[in-house]
Design a protein around this ligand. Structure first.
Ligand SMILES: C[S@@+](CC[C@H](N)C(=O)[O-])C[C@H]1O[C@@H](n2cnc3c(N)ncnc32)[C@H](O)[C@@H]1O
Length: 378
């Protein structure tokens, strides 16, 4: 079968040369492609091969320069991604194996939970390479099963399905992962190294962990010797998991509250309650560029309130996973929040996501997580 070739025109040559893996629909000329077809795109002297999808703004995800990816090509990409993960320490068995665009397999994410892998695909076209990815992972890793998480639920692609609850290890701490219904593929693996940073800062502190999900930051704070930790999340199921995660690690000085953080913080600040550390890790607040400023206003409100709840010398551990908010925007927002809260602060640590979430230099969108620790002086 011959490969359909589309000419994008010379103007898009530099876009292809940049290595960015997406081509938007409005850049394609007339064609008769179907979702999941490979297509050759030409622009000036360059050509690239990608997968076409008829839905969404991204029409083609680019994979190769010369020939249509076959099983060997995908296997090499998977092996390359896995070779980066050899730095993951022995006390951790939950981590990202393939981070889509940043591992040069655009649109596909694979996370490891002990001997199970959960795959998520962000375009139907990815089904064209799914079998090859699964085959490669099953060849390279000693697994029990590989599953595909879709809106239909979890589907076995190879081997067994994972149990409804799986206990995994992160930096020597135990966490219950629900790969069927948990957020992302089960856990927020991207914050692992940041949770470890907080562990080293938590000794003897009273900690408020807001937007706590399954209590990841809480368990690390407790492991670091925190005096008392309160987790707050709007989802009762997440709080039940947080309580169990504290318990299975042998910690008793933890409680989990079900509340909307916005009103919880307002009440907490109004009542002049104080703690030594506040962790803020809200969900993404902007889906597109247009909502970026509304997101920044919401971040400022949250961070200002959190700053008011800190003791002298307290730590604000603040995150943002909104990709439209760039690291400099986030720090400007924090500076404004300090002004509004009438406090002075020092940035004592700044980071992004964990090492198993690399960012392709040609794909800055892959860098979404901001993590800043402020020491606050009143
Ligand atoms: C980014 S996740 C937190 C991840 C967590 N820090 C970790 O390390 O695993 C955001 C969490 O905020 C919760 N959430 C969303 N809106 C909320 C609200 N208004 N009040 C409280 N929790 C909320 C979600 O249920 C979710 O668990």
């Amino acid at each position: 079968m011959s490969l359909i070739t589309l000419n994008l025109g010379k103007k898009l040559e530099s876009a292809l040369a940049s290595g960015h893996p997406w081509v938007y629909r409005n850049h394609l000329p007339e064609h008769r492609l179907k979702t999941g077809d490979w297509v050759r795109l030409e622009a000036g002297k360059l050509s690239r091969i990608g997968l076409f999808d008829k839905e969404g703004a991204i029409a083609v995800r680019l994979f190769a320069e010369t020939s249509v990816p076959d099983q060997t090509f995908i296997h090499e990409r998977v092996k390359d991604a896995l070779s980066l993960r050899t730095f993951v320490s022995n006390d951790t068995n939950a981590y990202r194996l393939i981070y889509g665009e940043s591992d040069f397999l655009p649109g596909l994410v694979a996370d490891r939970y002990n001997r199970f892998v959960v795959i998520r695909t962000y375009s139907k076209s990815l089904e064209s390479i799914l079998d090859d990815v699964v085959w490669s992972l099953s060849k390279e890793l000693n697994l029990k099963g590989i599953a595909w998480r879709t809106e239909r639920g979890l589907e076995a692609l190879w081997g067994e399905l994972p149990p409804p609850e799986l206990t995994v290890m992160e930096k020597g701490l135990k966490f219950i992962a629900n790969l069927y219904e948990g957020q992302k593929t089960g856990l927020f693996l991207d914050q692992r190294e940041n949770r470890q940073t907080l562990r080293g800062l938590a000794k003897d502190k009273t900690v408020l962990n807001l937007f706590s999900y399954n209590g990841g930051f809480s368990v690390y704070a407790l492991a670091g010797g925190a005096k008392e930790v309160t987790s707050v999340d709007i989802a009762p199921a997440a709080n039940a998991d947080a309580e169990r995660n504290a318990e299975i690690n042998g910690f008793i000085n933890h409680k989990a509250l079900t509340a909307d953080v916005f009103s919880f913080l307002q009440d907490y600040a109004r009542d002049a309650n104080k703690v030594d550390m506040v962790v803020l890790d809200p969900p993404s607040m902007a889906k597109d560029k247009q909502s970026k400023f509304a997101a920044l206003r919401a971040y400022k409100k949250l961070n200002t309130l959190a700053l008011k709840c800190l003791n002298q010398g307290g730590l604000l551990v603040s995150s943002s996973c909104t990709s439209q908010v760039f690291p400099e925007d986030f720090k400007t927002m924090l500076a404004e929040a300090c002004q509004d809260a009438k406090v002075q602060a020092q940035v004592i640590h700044e980071a992004g996501h964990a090492l198993d979430h690399p960012v392709s230099i040609a794909f800055p969108e892959g860098r979404y997580l901001k993590f800043v620790v402020l020491r606050v002086l009143k």
